[in-house]
Design a protein around this ligand. Sequence first.
Ligand code: CA2
Length: 144
Amino acid sequence: MAKRVLVLNGPNLNLLGIREPGIYGSKTLKDIEALCRESASELGLTVDFRQSNHEGELVTWIQDARATADAILINPAAYSHTSLAIADALKAVGLPVAEVHLSNIHQREPFRHHSFVSAVAVGVLCGFGALGYKLALQALAEKL
Ligand code: CA2
């Protein structure tokens, strides 16, 4: 059976392609979803692609993934830098996690340099734009 990857996107990523293309590129979240679906089918994976502006909703989806997914790809957006709840949930489910950021968070403001999620991720990709999602799916497919 095809392995299932839950792809989670955090707050404000629904605005991609509409504002700040200089930092985040011109692709919309719909474009990134299409890229993930295309890459997943090449890799023999299925993706469940979601976005939320609410920390608790993301935590609930992560908890539910115990029964519905084999791995998690997450761009936690600003919650990367603030949310112990998301990091705890990811640790609790025990699935392989890939963390993705469109921008290189280490080239940006100091408050973006630390992510609570990184400590519970198998690996982290940042600075490759939408390509990071594709690379992360490849890495998770290898891992699975
Ligand atoms: O580089 C990334 O992918 C980030 O996770 C994006 C987050 C930011 O808080 C992280 O530090 C790095 C921000 C997502 C907001 O996306 C927007 C898109 C268009 C316009 C405004 C915000």
